[in-house]
Design a protein around this ligand. Structure first.
Ligand code: NI
Length: 173
């Protein structure tokens, strides 16, 4: 099983906007397979390509036992409602934050055959889609916090570091 190291908060790759995928080829399929294994090993629910140092607009996810999936060039075309979730991130291990985001989203993107796929999602899946698209835009969950909470989180990271693989928590997106 091949896996990538997961890039952590502080790595500049996490602050950059990823580029649109122009061609879906065998190389991309291999990347996705390795991302599936990486996500599985890390016990994460979702993984965006920049988290493994690849600046392409795609993410993988698995929130039930239905097997892992991938969306290439994802976009949210509709969103509504509000939902609070205690959100974690594989790139910010050991920390979770209650964040409000839309409850429902409609996601549009491509599958690995290049076919358009449209998914209507709510709650956890909708949250995951929004979190992963943030990664593709160089946005981390820390950027979604109120200024005072963000400041406190950054201080905690500075003082204690990130807790690493043993404290990832169950909600890592
Ligand atoms: Ni994340």
């Amino acid at each position: 099983m091949a896996t990538f190291p997961i890039r952590l908060f502080g790595d500049p790759v996490l602050k950059q906007r990823a580029r649109k995928v122009e061609e879906i080829d065998g190389g991309l399929a291999t990347l996705v397979d390795t991302m599936y294994d990486t996500m599985d090993e890390a016990a994460g629910l979702g993984l965006a390509a920049p988290q493994v140092g690849v600046q392409k607009r795609l993410f993988t996810y698995e929130i039930e036992d239905s097997g892992p999936s991938v969306i290439v060039n994802p976009e949210i075309v509709e969103s509504s409602g509000e939902w609070v979730y205690n959100e974690g991130c594989l790139s910010v291990p050991g920390l979770q934050f209650e964040i409000v985001r839309p409850r429902f989203v409609t996601l549009r993107g491509l599958d690995l055959d290049g076919n358009e796929t449209v998914i209507e999602a709510d709650e956890l899946l909708a949250r995951l889609f929004q979190h992963e698209i943030d990664h593709l835009d160089g946005v981390l969950l820390l950027d979604r916090l109120e200024p005072a909470e963000r400041k406190q989180a950054l201080r905690a990271i500075r003082e204690h570091g990130l807790n690493g693989a043993s404290h990832r928590g169950p909600n890592a997106l």
